[in-house]
Design a protein around this ligand. Sequence first.
Ligand SMILES: C[S@@+](CC[C@H](N)C(=O)[O-])C[C@H]1O[C@@H](n2cnc3c(N)ncnc32)[C@H](O)[C@@H]1O
Length: 271
Amino acid sequence: MCDAVKAIAGDRIVVDCGAGRGLFASMYDGKVLSIDIHQPDEPLSFIIEKNAEHYCFPRNSIPIFIRPCHSNFVHNTILKNRNKFDKAIYVSLPKNLDGDLDDRFYKITQYSEWEGEEGERIYLVELNKPKESFSYLPGKIIHFADPMLSYLVETQEQEFKESVESPLEDRGILIDGLRLTLTDMYPRGEKYDYLFFDYGGMSIGNSLMESLCREIVKDADMFPNRTYIVVSTFTSYAMKDAKEDFGKDLPNVFLSIGDFVTFYKRLNQLA
Ligand SMILES: C[S@@+](CC[C@H](N)C(=O)[O-])C[C@H]1O[C@@H](n2cnc3c(N)ncnc32)[C@H](O)[C@@H]1O
């Protein structure tokens, strides 16, 4: 199976989604990452504990689903990342195809004659190239958000996906998961290029949010090559006050993703 995967993936980073104990990564001779929603008791290789549906996939990656659970996560993961992938790999019994995948959204073909011990087959899932042109945000990216997540959001990955990654993607900009750090601690002393800041609506009037806004405007003045983008409406009110109190023009602080993207596209002469 590994040879067939290598032939499809080539130089891409294979992301084993629902990796279980990480058996595939322990055998595969190529770039590979394993993610699973649960950390296994006895891992065979390193497992990143994440829900594949909310994971920020690296640039130039290809997902593989090997004998996945049947809960829509395969189809959802592929569709939510359709602008990042041109292909995906699915390994399972032929009878599971209809439940896990949906051929109205991509082309599914059996790849090679390989057959697993229980009759599993390898399928190649091919997606249409996105119509719009996308570009990746360069440099190191930090998402700094308070631990009180938004309503109906369960993890910081999900918060990032909904409040930053998807709105950027809607505007033609993709994020490379390997350049991204998610944190609920202000990244003092760290080097980065973009800081997305979200202290949530629950914290209005919260002096911590206000003091963080003051710290950010000072840092923005000290590090003019860094870009600071506020992604929650309530945080943007506090940041607007902090900017006004600071009194200096800070062209690298943006109060919304929309403002940032307009500036970014003009700077990079993107449509
Ligand atoms: C049947 S096991 C297969 C494990 C491994 N691929 C193998 O072939 O041995 C399915 C795995 O998918 C994981 N899983 C289910 N939903 C997931 C999701 N949304 N994101 C990541 N992993 C998930 C489960 O925790 C489980 O480890």
